[in-house]
Design a protein around this ligand. Structure first.
Ligand code: PAF
Length: 290
């Protein structure tokens, strides 16, 4: 695996390839990331990953300084997953001057949910992803569905700027008990780790209610919020949204594919998760029987 620390090193090395397949990460890699690398590999002629903890997407009170940096094991895992090139710039290499030119994604998609609770987050994400795209010039890029809204925001950015990049979503990997794999799971102590599965279970209950024909989405969401709060969580949101634009389905919409999305804090650890709800394409107006 070739490791590039600077943009010129990376460009020089990638010059010989036609279609890099790219997986951007912030390191502290788990099986979810490695599955994305394995998914990306056959989609291009060289598999490229990046590790860069992007200061721009952290709010001042968030965990930028303590975000786990696990360089040696990350390199080992990437090699084993078949990664050919790792781009791992330091802050001076990627942001040699203050990054005052930023990408502001569409507010309808980016100022809701994560963007509402973490203002500026998607500006930071889009700015670094645009810059990483400019460095790697991938033909295809793979992003995990675990960060469902991020995947949608990036797809929209790529479309709006007509970037010649195919954006592919990778399925969420889960631990045996159903907890979505995330770098932040490492913050959970033993008892919190056991409790953490309640988030994916709450999403399952929301999906089950929809599948059973319940159409009062507000009531389903409120029940999920209450159930988690009663267990000691502080939920930011538990919502049912249209997959196409992450807006709430409107009354009388005949056909819709849904996703349940959740973000909640357990102690000081904030977890997010989501679940696509299949097989309930035909919805009647919220509040009416199925
Ligand atoms: O999903 C992530 O790890 C980050 O948001 C990304 C896409 C690598 C940008 O820093």
């Amino acid at each position: 695996m070739y490791i590039a620390r600077t943009i010129p090193e990376l460009r020089d090395h990638l010059g010989r390839y036609r279609r890099p397949a790219f997986v951007p990460t912030m390191g502290n890699l788990h099986d979810g990331h490695l599955a994305l690398v394995r998914q990306a590999k056959p989609l291009g002629d060289v598999a490229v990953a990046s590790i860069f903890v992007n200061r721009l997407q952290f709010l001042p009170h968030e965990d930028f300084d303590t975000y786990p940096r696990t360089w040696d094991s990350d390199c080992e895992k990437l090699r084993a997953a078949g990664c050919d090139v790792l781009f791992a710039p330091d802050e001076r290499a990627l942001y040699p001057e203050p990054q005052t030119c930023k990408v502001h994604p569409d507010g309808a998609l980016a100022d809701i949910l994560e963007g509402h609770f973490r203002p500026g987050f998607f500006v930071g994400v889009c700015t670094v992803v645009m810059k990483l795209f400019a460095c790697v010039q991938p033909g295809v890029a793979v992003f995990g569905k675990k960060d469902y809204q991020q995947l949608m925001v990036i797809r929209h950015m790529v479309r709006q700027f007509a970037l010649p990049i195919e954006v592919v979503g990778g399925e969420t990997r889960r631990a045996d008990d159903g907890l979505a794999l995330s770098s932040r799971n490492g913050y959970l102590g033993d008892s919190a780790r056991v409790e953490a599965v309640a988030l994916s279970r709450a999403l399952q209950s929301m999906a089950a209610a929809v599948r059973a024909g319940e159409r009062d989405f507000g009531a389903i969401e409120a029940r999920a919020m209450q159930a988690l709060s009663a267990r000691g969580w502080q939920p930011d949101y538990m919502v049912l949204r249209r997959r196409s634009d992450l807006q709430a389905p409107t009354a009388g919409e005949p056909l819709v594919a849904l996703v349940a999305l959740a973000a909640a804090r357990l102690g000081s650890t904030r977890l997010i998760d989501n679940l696509e709800i299949d097989g309930v394409e035909r919805l009647t107006a919220p509040g009416t029987a199925a």
